[in-house]
Design a protein around this ligand. Structure first.
Ligand SMILES: [Zn+2]
Ligand SMILES: [Zn+2]
Ligand SMILES: [Zn+2]
Length: 179
């Protein structure tokens, strides 16, 4: 009942070789992030009895090409070579599904999307968005969220979502600037 088309996955590496230790140059092994995100998604969808269709899987894989926030139209451009019939609605439906399953986050201030690093459920988040490299770091910021909850309670305000987006320069880019 789950249909997955792995043949068309551009960045899936299905390898039985456990020693995947290609040292990443001055950065992390992003393939590990990708593998973890995709296998978690596959597992959760099976557990939840929802279908991670080929297109949903492809969109998730495209989002996970990096930790940068990516816009729907850029996703469409990248999906086109894999799914010629893909339309904006195709992307938006897939994005809605992935958000609903807690697998990606919408970065409201950029109108873009990023893979969730603690995959699996919708949750409160602090997103640190780098102006230089567009990477988005996700933090749970429990204390901040707790403080916010108290503010909401005092204001009698019912918050539907708690996502804080902060724009700035990430640690990596600060290091690179050599200051
Ligand atoms: Zn990564
Ligand atoms: Zn998340
Ligand atoms: Zn950066």
């Amino acid at each position: 009942m789950i249909t997955l088309d792995f043949k068309k996955m551009p960045i899936m590496t299905i390898s039985s070789n456990p020693s995947q230790t290609i040292p990443p140059p001055a950065t992390h092994d992003h393939q590990k992030c990708v593998n973890k995100a995709l296998s978690t998604a596959e597992q959760l969808c099976v557990e939840r009895g929802v279908q991670l269709t080929s297109i949903r899987h492809q969109v998730l894989a495209l989002i996970w090409e990096s930790h940068k926030a990516v816009k729907a139209y850029d996703l469409l451009d990248r999906l086109k070579p894999l799914q010629q019939s893909a339309k904006p609605a195709t992307i938006y439906r897939a994005l809605d599904f992935l958000i609903g399953q807690g697998l990606i986050h919408r970065v409201e201030s950029l109108n873009a999307f990023v893979g969730c690093r603690c995959s699996g459920h919708q949750h409160e988040q602090l997103l640190l968005i780098c102006k230089n490299c567009q990477e988005v770091e996700e933090r749970t910021a429990t204390k901040v969220m707790q403080a916010l909850s108290e503010e909401f309670a005092q204001a009698g305000f019912i918050a539907h979502s708690k996502a804080i987006e902060i724009h700035g320069i990430c640690a990596k880019c600060t290091d690179l600037s050599g200051d």
